[in-house]
Write a protein that binds this ligand. Structure first.
Ligand code: ZN
Length: 260
């Protein structure tokens, strides 16, 4: 297997150094994973990395605008299908991928691992001990999640795969894969404990909980923190530990009275 990373020139607060696009080649056949946003110089660099290999598909981990929009144009240029778990506003898959299916790349096999949580349509790709994690796990930061219950289940699902190396959608390669997945699980569990402790100690709005759990937060990141606390409160509510009425920063949460 030959693996080449091409960094897209889209750095930012939510993309780190930019989106990682990967070209994975098995014996002269290749796929492109997460071609990123439509930036001509980036697509030229991706085509250069494909090089003399014969591309067979463009794969996307999820439909966020920093991962998927270039998939259709690149697939058209390469004359291959664009494959993902779901359609999105800027992504029109040729075919849909399903959990557990294997994409054949000559003798190579790339397994689709559905990992909802960051988004409902998120998948990772596993081949030869290497897991391409998209935004399920990032290099150098934690991720924004839409559903905390799904996200925890997906972290445990990835842990059971015992990958050797993680190649994230943002940030550097992660060599100690299992250690990193376990650290992510521990971090989520700690966040959940912090949010529950804040509610129990009387912080009864999302804004008040954010102030406790994320002290000294830059103003620009407060909306993301509000969303993360909401996500955590929805999980705590479905676990029966709090009562939660969402309303942005004014959303209200109270500890659930213990039943007799
Ligand atoms: Zn994303």
């Amino acid at each position: 297997m030959r693996l080449e990373r091409v960094l897209a020139p889209n750095p930012g607060p939510y993309t780190g150094p930019g989106t990682n696009t990967y070209v994975v080649e098995f014996d002269g056949l290749s796929v492109v994973i997460d071609p990123g946003p439509i930036i001509d110089t980036h697509l030229a660099a991706v085509e250069h990395a494909v090089g003399e290999s014969h591309p067979v598909a463009v794969l996307v981990t999820h439909t966020h605008p920093d991962h998927a929009p270039a998939a259709n144009p690149l697939a058209a240029r390469l004359g291959v299908p664009a494959l993902g778990f779901a359609a999105g506003p800027q992504f029109d898959p040729t075919e849909l991928l399903t959990d557990g299916e294997e994409v054949k790349v000559g003798e190579g096999r790339i397994r689709v691992v559905h990992t909802p949580g960051h988004t409902p349509d998120h998948v990772c790709f596993l081949t030869e001990g290497v897991l391409f994690t998209g935004d399920h796990i990032m290099g150098g930061s934690t991720v924004i999640i839409e559903d905390a219950s799904d996200y925890m289940a997906s972290l445990h699902k990835v842990l059971r795969l015992r990958p050797d190396h993680l190649y994230p959608g943002h940030g550097p390669e992660i060599p100690d894969a299992v250690d990193m997945v376990e650290a992510y699980i521990a971090h989520r569990e700690e966040r959940e404990r912090q949010v529950l402790a804040a509610v129990t100690s009387g912080a009864d709005t999302v804004g008040a909980i954010v102030a406790v759990v994320y002290p000294d937060l830059e103003a620009a990141l407060v909306p993301a923190a509000v969303m993360q606390v909401e996500t955590q409160l929805k999980k705590l509510a479905s676990d029966g530990l709090v009562e939660f009425r969402p309303d942005g920063a004014m959303g209200r949460a109270v500890p659930r009275p213990l039943s007799e």
